[in-house]
Write a protein that binds this ligand. Sequence first.
Ligand code: IDP
Ligand code: MG
Length: 201
Amino acid sequence: MSEKKNTLAIERTFTMIKPDGVERGLIGEILGRFEKRGLKIIALKMVKPSVEHIDNHYPKDDTWIARLGDKGFNCFAEYGLNPKEVMGTDNNLEAGKMVRQWLVDYMIEAPVVAMVIEGIHAIEMVRKITGSTLPNKAEIGTIRGDFSVDSPAAANLNKRSIKNLIHASETKAEAENEIKHWFSEEEIHPDYDRADHAAMF
Ligand code: IDP
Ligand code: MG
């Protein structure tokens, strides 16, 4: 007797290969890591985004921007660097605003590959495979840990974003907003079965 599977643990998340991932020829490698883990790609496209589209992709609230500033400050403290010397300010919001601008500049340097990934606890699983924001802290075995070695100190001293290959939604709310921001309903294709899933689940 066939039973309908309970899909309560199935989530959707938004993921994007950033310009450096595309330019370095890592599209296939990155997609393969998600597919091999058992996650299902249900939407995929290459896009050259406008400044406006990227600006609206990243949050604009002060809390998020200050957190962006803090990521760098924490790293400077660890390496004995003075925030004022690196950023010209020790205010995390001011620093975050600069980082956000560098981030927008980075994200429009080349096309990106946007996708929607579906699977068990997909938001957390994709973040795990992606690794820490800061490649110098990312675990080996993660995409950022295996293919990059950038740090906020190196990036901020050169007034550029950290280049870390990939974006992945951090929360359910972020995933929902980002999927809507990048894909229409017609572009999302959940209606196929992965043959290996019959053996996996
Ligand atoms: P996430 O990509 O791991 O979710 P967020 O904190 O959301 O990390 O930051 C967005 C992006 O901003 C990062 O992926 C990275 O490219 C860039 N970024 C974050 N912190 C810094 C920094 O201190 N200096 C330069 N770029 C940064
Ligand atoms: Mg984020």
